[in-house]
Design a protein around this ligand. Sequence first.
Ligand code: NAD
Ligand code: AKB
Length: 315
Amino acid sequence: MKERIIILGANGQIGTELAITLRNKYGAENVITTDLNEPKNKNQNEVFYVQDILDKSSLRALFEQYKPTQVYALAAMLSATAEKYPKKAWDLNMEGLFNVLDLAVEFGVSRVFWPSSIAAFGPNSSKVNCPQYGVMDPNTIYGISKQAGERYCEYYYNKHNLDVRSIRYPGIISWKTVPGGGTTDYAVEIYFEALKSKSYASFLDENSALPMMYMPDAVRATIELMEAPKENISIRSSYNLAAMTFTPEEVAESIKKQIPDFELSYAVDDVKQRIADSWPQSIDDSFARNDWGWKPEFDLDSMTKDMLENIAKLL
Ligand code: NAD
Ligand code: AKB
C-alpha cells in the first residue's frame, strides 16, 4: 500500500529527524509535515503546512485533502515547561491527542503514532529496571498527561479498533535540533558546551541517573514499531523502551575521553531536579524486544563520539 504520512509538531527535536528518515523511505511528496511555525530550513520538494493541532476544523481539512494512511502526533509541551504552564500543557497534550484520535477514526487512518514518556512513571514506580506493568503515579502535569494519553490510546484501540502505537521514550539526545523544555535536556546541552567552552554547569545533581537514548535509535525504534505486523503488537497503551542510563558525572567522564580538560560543575534547578527524582533510573523494555525485535545500537561512549564529531562540524 502506498503510504501517505502526516506529522504534527514536526519542527521539534524528534519530528525534524523522523521526517528526514520518513521522507527518505516513502518519498518527500508522501510526508506532510506541519507545525505552529514555518521550519528554519525547508527543501523545495518538501510539503509543509502551518497547522495548530488544537484547530480541529483546519486539521479535518488537512486529513480530507491528504487522506493519510499514517499520522504521527508529536506536538506537546515537555516536562519542565509544562510545570510553568500546567493548564496550557494539559490542554495541548490532551486536546491535541483527542483531535488526532477522533479524526483518525473518522478518516479511517491505518496507523497512528503518539509518543508517551518515562514521565508516565512516578515516585512510587520501580526505580531500577522499571517494568512495563506496575505502579504508575506521575506527579508532574506532563507525566499525568502522558499517563492519561496512554489510557486514551488503548481505549481507542479497544473501542474503535484504531491501530494506535506508542513508545515511552526516555530522554532523547541529538545534535540536529535542540530539545524543547525537558528535564533531560542537560544531556544535550553538555555536549554543545563541552565543545564551546570545555565546561558545563548541570541543572541536575550528580546522582541523577536517568534513562536516555540517542536519536538514531529513537527514530529507528519508532519506524520499526510502526512497521511491525499488527498481530505482534500486544501493548496498546505504550511500550517501555531503553538504551542506556547515566548520571551527569558519567556523561562528563565519557566526554573527557575525547576532551580531557572538560570540567563539570553543578547549578541545580529545584523544579527540574524534583521532576528527575520522580522518574525511574532504568527501564525494562523486554516487551518491545520480544514483540517487535527492539535492540538499541548506541551506548554512552559511541553516542558521545558521534555527538562530538557532528557538533564540531556545526560550530
Ligand atoms: P519539541 O518540544 O522539540 O517539539 C514539539 C513541537 O510541537 C514543536 O516544534 C512545537 O512548535 C510544536 N507544537 C507546539 N504546540 C503545537 C500546536 N498547538 N500545534 C502544532 N504544533 C505544536 O518536542 P520533541 O522532543 O520533539 O517531542 C515530541 C514528542 O515526543 C512529544 O510528545 C514529547 O512528549 C515526546 N517525548 C519526547 C522526548 C524527548 O526527549 N525529546 C522524550 C519522551 C517523549
Ligand atoms: C522531558 O525531559 O520532558 C522529555 C521526556 C523524558 O519526556 N525529554
